[in-house]
Design a protein around this ligand. Structure first.
Ligand code: C2E
Ligand code: CA
Ligand code: CA
Length: 459
């Protein structure tokens, strides 16, 4: 903390204040730039590299929401103290953003020792924080860069750290990434996709396709999952696995999702009324309190019955910000919309979440469905998930069902629904209804002797 007496601020104190973060007493962004510039100047005669890095706290916002701003400030102060204590004499740490800190290691000359030091910082930050009589945990991601004798400026170095940090965050929590030239190319490609996507969303050019979900016993189509599809005139067809995460990161997911829901509910409104529509929400949408109301206003406009709508969310979505996620789920349930837990078993699973949140349906990830015949562990996991569904009153759906043998095995294990290429690929709105009448299983003729077909399979 700083000490100064009002009215007696000498020019150097005034300058000191302009370079200090008032909350933590660390230097601020200006100090950081200043320190780097001085070091660059020094190193012009002494061509030894040095290292800079940006530390970003993962999941700080939910802590603020959960414990209040005062507690958030408390944690930031503790983070600052820990980081400062971890610096040696030559090194500096500053606070350059709300939950972003930056370090300068003048005596670190290579990537290996840089990663080691950065990992140590993450470790130090991941120990629990005391806030009143409670404790909170945080993780942190670090993006860093090395200055080699060259034309880098302080700004360029910080940009490189941010590019590396972006990669670190993309690949999960608690990572350290050191900037490389290839990252720059990848970042440019992402920006190209982002710009094209903004234009496409504004022009209404992204559309949902629909994949049937069947009742595994009767093989009747019971609903469709809407899956986003986009072809850009220059970039070609881009998979949702690529553009959805970019839409999330770059703040386009809201308008994109609204466009898709509007198109999907308009199409589904023409289907027989016993068919449901399943729609995906992204993790970042579960952080935004308005999501529930926005969805409802679209249903209102397109006249789609909320009781025919299911929203699919993933475990990641719940982890990021449980308080907001709960509010949105409550809004959806209150309107009669069902909520499904998507990709079950692949995320940062916590069975505790199943107790805290009520799901109407659980979708078993393809990772367990595909190997169900070759891998005993997968079969056991599927069995366990199904008994969990049974006990908690959730409908079960297996994803990625590609073979008749998988469908049978799942049905015999008691799985309710199935989705996958066996029953139909995602198709355009106008072809969805035609998919309903097609037989949903290959006719194997008289029960072929196969190791999984028990004699009691009849439909
Ligand atoms: P998801 O929600 O798990 O969707 C299922 C994915 O599995 C889809 O990939 C689907 O085409 C694919 N799939 C279905 N059956 C089979 C099968 O039998 N075998 C194989 N190998 N794959 C199968 P897709 O359409 O590429 O979508 C990828 C992911 O992108 C989705 O995974 C979802 O997380 C996201 N996504 C797609 N559309 C939307 C959307 O409108 N909003 C949001 N937020 N996310 C979306
Ligand atoms: Ca899904
Ligand atoms: Ca899924």
């Amino acid at each position: 903390m700083m000490h100064f007496s009002p009215g007696a601020a000498s020019p150097s104190t005034v300058q000191e204040l302009a370079f200090t973060d008032p909350l933590t007493g660390l230097g601020n962004g200006r100090r950081f730039v200043d320190k780097i510039e001085r070091l660059i100047a020094e190193r012009s005669d002494d061509p030894a590299p040095f290292a800079v890095g940006v530390v970003d706290l993962d999941g700080f916002k939910p802590i603020n929401d959960l414990f209040g701003r005062g507690a958030g400030d408390d944690i930031l102060t503790q983070v600052a103290m820990r980081l400062r204590a971890a610096m040696d004499e030559a090194s500096t740490v500053t606070r350059i953003g709300a939950d972003e800190f930056a370090f300068l290691f003048p005596m670190v000359f290579g990537a290996e020792s840089l990663v080691k030091r950065a990992r140590m910082l993450i470790e130090i930050l991941s120990a629990p924080y005391d806030i009143g009589d409670r404790t909170a945990r945080l993780s942190a991601s670090v993006g860093c860069a090395l200055f080699y004798f060259g034309d880098d400026t302080a700004e360029k170095l910080i940009d490189k750290c941010e590019t590396a940090l972006y990669q670190a965050k993309r690949s999960g929590r608690g990572r350290v990434v050191v900037y490389t030239q290839e990252m720059e190319e990848a970042a440019k490609h992402v920006t190209r996709i982002e710009q094209a996507l903004r234009r496409a969303v504004a022009a209404g050019e992204v559309a949902p396709h629909f994949q049937p979900i069947v009742d595994l016993k009767t093989r009747k189509v019971v609903g469709f999952e809407a899956l986003a599809r986009w072809t850009d005139p220059d970039l070609g067809t881009i998979s949702p696995g690529v553009f959805i995460p970019i839409a999330e990161e770059r703040g386009i997911i809201g308008p994109l999702s609204q466009l898709l829901l509007q198109k999907a509910t308009t199409a589904a409104g023409t289907w027989p009324s016993d068919l449901f529509l399943s729609f995906n929400l992204s993790p970042s949408q579960l952080v935004d309190h308005n999501t529930g109301l926005q969805l409802l206003s679209i249903l209102d406009r397109t006249g789609f019955d909320p009781r025919r709508l299911e929203i699919e969310i993933t475990e990641t979505g719940l982890m990021n910000d449980p308080v907001s996620a709960r509010k949105i789920m409550d809004d959806l349930h209150a309107a009669g919309i069902r909520v499904a837990l998507d990709d079950f078993g692949t995320g940062q699973s916590s069975l505790g979440r199943l107790r805290e949140f009520h799901f109407d349906k659980l979708k078993i990830d393809r990772a367990f469905v595909s190997p169900i015949h070759d891998d005993r562990a997968s079969e056991h996991i599927v069995r366990a998930i199904l008994s969990l569904c049974d006990g908690l009153g959730m409908v079960s759906v297996a994803e990625g069902v590609e073979t008749e043998a998988q469908a049978r095995r799942l049905m015999l294990l008691g799985c309710d629904g199935g989705q996958g290429y066996l029953f139909g690929r995602p198709v355009q709105a106008q072809d969805a209804l035609a998919a309903i009448d097609k037989p949903k299983r290959i006719d194997l003729g008289p029960m072929a002797p196969s190791n999984d077909a028990k004699g009691d399979f009849t439909t």
